[in-house]
Design a protein around this ligand. Structure first.
Ligand code: NIG
Ligand code: FE
Length: 407
């Protein structure tokens, strides 16, 4: 006799996200065992004699894969509301950064914060993301910018994954900005990153990937290449903040290193898009940053479609350019601002977000033997998830097969 099913979800309409149109199944069941999806099929095929520990009637609600936010900077201290005011008075994001504000001002606050404080501030943001359906989140460092403080931030990120019912993937973003003690010596800072920070984060297994900010106000192509070479040497996959404010050729460089993703991409050109297509690099769309910085350069969605580059959608949760913890709102913005379709937006926070993190084998779709990370929504049609502005129709959220109360 088979062991009993841990949890049986009955009467759900499933959007498996395995196809490109986000088709809905007829009323179906999902059987969960050992935290994994152990069975699924139409209600008509459910064995009435199956032994079940617990069951839940979905009453026809819509079941999707748990949402994956594949790009966040949620571990940081403080906020930058003052810079928001300055920008509203006409200062640009770049001007503020060059005047010693921007990323470096969050670095100051993050360095000062003791781990327990950093943990408490970050946990609040993570709980908000989870309340909107997130079951896997990527968290970058990048507000420490010293060996000690980058490791501190990565440890806080890992600890968050232990304390809260969510799957955390960490990314080392030591090459986010030049820290004050290296002012005017970006190359030397990159040497410090490649010789000390990347090796130590790898040795301590604190980073699942390495990222960099390739931009006129951050690091150039050569410096980014050095970071990627160090990552490769230590067996870590790469990602890149690429072509956000200008066309630096970042996407092509990311593709050359087989990057999991290139993110932002407002200014990428067709050659960069084609290189990404050849390398299987996911394009991560961050409409929150586009909106908040009042950008006008829409990323070339049509080129991504034409060349078959998968598109993910993420919050970019950070204090400077995208202070949001609402992933469904980002789906709405991806549609209204970038003209993605609601189905593309949903795949962008499920299947393609999983690819952007290198976890598609275990997450991102509803399929046999994948993690039972699931969201049950009070909506009729998946397009409603992108259509509603700032709504939260989440009825239930499951992580590794266990339901957790919504906040
Ligand atoms: O993804 N582009 C670089 N990093 C962040 C902004 C960080 C900040 O301003 O604090 C981003 O937009
Ligand atoms: Fe970012």
């Amino acid at each position: 006799m088979n062991p009993p099913i841990d949890l049986l979800l009955r009467n759900v309409r499933i959007v498996t996200c395995t196809d490109d149109v986000c088709a809905i199944t007829p009323p179906a069941f999902v059987a969960i065992f050992g935290g994994l999806i152990a069975g699924l099929g139409p209600m008509t095929q459910l064995d009435p004699d199956a032994a079940v520990v617990k069951e839940l009637d979905g009453e026809g609600a819509l079941l999707t894969p748990g949402f994956i936010d594949c790009h966040t900077h949620l571990v940081h201290a403080g906020h930058r509301a003052r810079e928001f005011e300055m920008r509203l008075h006409g200062a640009s994001y770049e001007e503020i950064a060059r005047a010693g504000g921007g990323i470096v001002s969050t670095v100051r606050q993050t360095r000062e914060a003791v781990p327990s404080d950093l943990m408490a501030q970050s946990a609040r943001r993570l709980a908000e993301l989870m309340a909107h359906g997130v079951t896997t989140v990527e968290i970058k460092s990048g507000y420490g910018l010293s060996l000690k403080d980058e490791l501190k931030c990565l440890k806080v990120a890992r600890d968050l994954g232990q304390r809260l019912p969510v799957n955390v993937r960490t990314t080392l973003l030591a090459a986010h900005a030049v820290p004050p003690e290296f002012a005017g010596r970006a190359d030397e800072y990159i040497s410090h990153v490649t010789q000390h920070i990347v090796p130590e984060a790898a040795r301590l297994h604190l980073a699942d990937a390495v990222d960099a900010f390739c931009e006129t106000i951050a690091f150039d192509l050569l410096q980014t290449r050095r970071v990627f070479q160090a990552a490769r040497q230590h067996g870590l996959p790469v990602k890149l903040h690429a072509d956000q404010l200008s066309n630096m050729g970042g996407a092509a460089l990311a593709a050359e290193f087989g990057a999991l993703s290139a993110d932002h991409l407002e200014h990428v050109d067709e050659a960069g898009v084609m290189a990404m297509a050849n390398a299987g690099t996911v394009a991560v769309m961050l409409p929150g940053a586009y909106y908040f910085l009042r950008d006008t350069h829409v990323p070339p969605i049509e080129l991504f479609r034409r060349h078959g580059v998968p598109m993910a959608v993420a919050t970019d949760c950070n204090p400077g350019s995208s202070p949001t913890t609402h992933l469904p709102l980002m789906m709405n913005m991806a549609c209204t601002l970038f003209r993605m379709t609601p189905a593309e937006a949903l795949l962008g926070v499920t299947r393609h977000a999983a690819s952007a993190l290198g976890v598609l084998d275990s997450h991102g779709t509803i399929e046999l033997a994948k993690a039972a990370d699931l969201c049950l929504w009070d909506v009729d049609h998946p397009a409603e998830l992108a259509y509603a502005i700032g709504a939260s129709p989440l009825r239930a959220r499951f992580h590794n097969g266990r339901q957790h109360p919504l906040q």
